[in-house]
Ligand binder design. Structure first.
Ligand code: TIU
Length: 225
């Protein structure tokens, strides 16, 4: 794909001027701990089936993105095995029987290197696709992400993953303040709560695109065809 090529993606609040050569697909936290029964998400009392709807649209978008040779970056939320990067406020939140770092059905909950912390097989990273390990909800806080994007000349982010109102929204807001244009395909993000899915997307595109644009995987795929 030519570096200068500009494509329009139908989006809200207005069409997105897509520059594939300086865009990355940023897939947020599609981890077993959030999407599979027995993980951190379910431990917090959530219905994981709500998130699983986003898997197939992400697979299609990722396949096309890879076929075009465009840049892909994955993130994972989790902590060091010694939990030195886990704020006490986050550790005690939720008052659950088990918390981050405790033994769960897929290893220690939200700990790097454990099976539950890893990305679901359907969207597993390929060699050469950076994986950002993040201790917080936003992908920029305490990570290499901004540096990697700068080094690769990336100015636009197509942000997908889970959950819409938590890690996706936090990351889009962080990215927006750092000067990146973000587009969120609605069917590629998921929330445990339908009302938060709706409002999380509305908040991004409100006020003339205060944080970015909202579109769909079909519209992004149409632009890449
Ligand atoms: N609980 C919830 O909705 N989300 C998280 O804890 N992390 C992410 O969104 N990745």
């Amino acid at each position: 794909m030519k570096a200068s090529k500009k494509l329009m993606i139908e989006a809200e609040p207005y069409p997105f001027e897509f520059q594939p050569a300086s865009a990355a697909l940023l897939i947020i936290d599609m981890q077993r701990d959030f999407l599979e029964p027995g993980g951190f998400g379910e431990m917090l009392g959530n219905d994981v089936s709500q998130l699983r709807q986003s898997i197939e649209p992400n697979q299609k978008l990722l396949a096309k993105w890879r076929a075009k040779g465009l840049q892909v970056i994955h993130t994972r939320e989790g902590h060091r095995p010694d939990l030195a990067d886990l704020p006490e406020t986050k550790r005690v939140r939720g008052r659950g029987r088990r918390g981050i770092g405790d033994a769960g059905p897929m290893g220690r909950i939200l700990v790097r290197g454990e099976p539950g912390h890893d990305i679901i097989p359907e969207l597993y990273p390929r060699h050469g696709e950076p994986v950002i390990d993040k201790p917080g909800k936003g992908a920029f806080w305490a990570t290499d992400l901004h540096g990697i994007l700068q080094n690769r000349g990336i100015k636009q982010l197509v942000v997908t993953g889970v959950t819409t109102e938590v890690c996706v929204n936090t990351t889009v807001r962080e990215a927006n303040d750092r000067g990146y244009d973000c587009l969120v395909p609605a069917d590629c993000v998921g929330s445990y709560f339908p009302e938060f899915q709706e409002m999380g997307l509305k908040m991004i595109k409100a006020q003339g695109g205060i944080f970015g644009w909202v579109s769909s995987s079909a519209k992004v795929l149409a632009a890449l065809r």
